[in-house]
Design a protein around this ligand. Sequence first.
Ligand SMILES: [Cu+2]
Length: 121
Amino acid sequence: MTMKNLLAAAAAAIITVAAPSALAHARLEASTPAANSVVSPAPAQVRLQFNEPLELPFSKVKLVDEKGGVVDASRVAADPADPRALVATTPGLHAGVWRVQWTTVARDGHKVKGEFSFRVQ
Ligand SMILES: [Cu+2]
């Protein structure tokens, strides 16, 4: 085997090992309200749909308005029909742009977080 072939074989082996865990990370696939959408009336719940089952005790959802005001969305529940979804109860959202900041842990133990916005008209 030449040196070049040896390096190619080593690179291929690394890619084979690394790829499955990278693909296993949970990611947000959709939400209700959807990212960048405009809704009316204000939603009583925000639903986050992920690609794999989540650990509910490590899941948090926070809503922040344009002035930095935070709405308590501490009541985060799993969707009984779908362990890949989180449902946050969001009472009394006023009109304006809301940033949804979420954190969760997938069954593989990896913490993932992200945020998106929607507007209440
Ligand atoms: Cu992962």
